[in-house]
Design a protein around this ligand. Structure first.
Ligand code: FEO
Length: 392
């Protein structure tokens, strides 16, 4: 695929990573892109770099338009390695470019890449004139690193938003109207695993953009497709960051010998019988990013674990560790599980959910050894009781 034109003098010149399946600690089942954009005024700026290993693919697209040595500025909106990892090689080719980062970006840039490029620092409201084009900078701290910023191209109304509004998806189409609904699905996954600890910050940022008076014709993130209809993703972000959730319950559990599994299935049946949407995940075979994607728009999280050594099962501990970091607002929770000669998992589950900021219900279910048919009926009733907590 060649470069792609966004507007007069504005091009996508990024790289496509078809084979990525994990980004950092999380699943990225559909691959990703590392989006760089070339903005040509009287001076020329490159917005964002690419991950190490993708520099040549990106530079080849730049060369379709201009000699990289003629680039005057490289704006690094975010210095995490999937965007800035390629900078050492790229800066070696862009011999005349000045690096531009936010004030808090300079130290992580230099220390991550062991290089002092003498970057120029900018803050919210600062502008960089390229002659016919003007870049305006908007700091976006903790979305999702302290140094993250957005760059706004005034003349064309394009917001280069880095991770925010992005999605891990590799595709031949570059725009939202050229790919299917999976782009929106992946935007939710990225928000759920990357941005979720900073959901309120994201919510306020969306509000700030909406009330800023800036005309936004296009949102061009650093991963995935470009939103030609920005309201689509802004509306979705407003919904996802509200923390309200749909009338939906996500059940996450693991099982040692099948008892907690049998409980989980009957509980799920009870929830469903009450007309509440439910998603069931066995941690042993489920991807964490998929679970978090469902939890973001659920009102209640139901967690089940067998007791192991008076504690919770290790896979559930892994899930709860992430949930604790995510600190999602406005979530209710409840617990269930089985045990043999001594319990303890339910108590620990409740402690962990509370630490994650979840409003834990009094109702819980704990069964000894393998559940009888009568006890399975109790599971179904328990599911109905829990469902009614969010369906009123
Ligand atoms: Fe896509 Fe936070 O890096």
């Amino acid at each position: 695929m060649s470069k792609v034109k966004l507007a007069e003098g504005v091009y996508w010149v990024g790289a496509i990573d078809w084979n990525l399946r994990h980004c950092g600690a999380y699943g990225a089942p559909r691959g990703t892109t590392y989006n760089s954009y070339l903005v040509i005024g009287d001076n020329v700026a490159l917005i964002d770099g690419v991950k190490s290993g993708f520099e040549d693919e990106m530079l080849e697209r730049v060369r379709e338009i201009i000699d990289p040595a003629k680039i005057d500025f490289l704006v690094s909106n975010h210095v995490e390695p999937d965007h800035a990892g390629g900078l050492p090689k790229i800066m070696g080719v862009l011999k005349n470019a000045k690096l531009v980062v936010s004030k808090s970006g300079k130290e992580p840039l230099n220390r991550n890449y062991h290089n002092d490029w003498g970057a120029m620092t900018v803050k919210t409201g600062d502008e960089l004139s390229l002659g016919k084009k003007t870049l305006r900078f908007i700091e976006a701290p903790m979305l999702h690193w302290p140094e993250t910023m957005f760059t706004y191209l005034k003349e064309d109304g394009i917001l280069f938003s880095n991770d925010a509004f992005g999605q891990h998806i590799a595709s031949s189409g570059r725009f939202d109207d050229e790919v299917g609904p999976e782009a929106m699905d992946e935007a939710l996954r990225l928000l759920a695993v990357v941005v979720s600890p900073y959901l309120m910050i994201a919510k306020n940022k969306v509000k700030e953009i909406e009330t800023s008076g800036l005309k936004i014709n296009m949102i061009a993130p650093a991963h995935g497709i470009i939103w030609r209809l920005p309201s689509k993703i802004i509306d979705a972000y407003r919904r996802w960051t509200s923390g309200e959730g749909k009338k939906k319950i996500t059940v996450v559990y693991d099982s040692m010998w099948g008892s907690t599994d049998a409980m989980a299935r009957e509980i799920t049946r009870g929830i469903s019988d009450e007309g509440v949407e439910v998603k069931l995940f066995n941690m042993r075979v489920s991807d964490l990013s998929e679970i978090m994607k469902e939890i973001i728009d659920s009102r209640l999280i139901l967690v089940g674990s067998p007791t192991l050594n008076r504690d919770i099962f290790p896979t559930i501990g892994y899930f709860l560790t992430f949930l604790r970091g995510a600190k999602l607002p406005n979530k209710k929770g409840a617990v269930f599980g089985s045990f043999g000669w001594g319990g303890g998992a339910n108590r620990r589950l409740k402690e962990e959910l509370k630490l994650a900021g979840v409003d834990v219900l009094e109702e819980e279910l704990s069964l000894k050894y393998s559940p009888t048919s009568e006890e399975l009926k109790r599971c179904c009733e328990f599911g109905k009781t829990i469902a009614r907590k969010i369906s009123g």
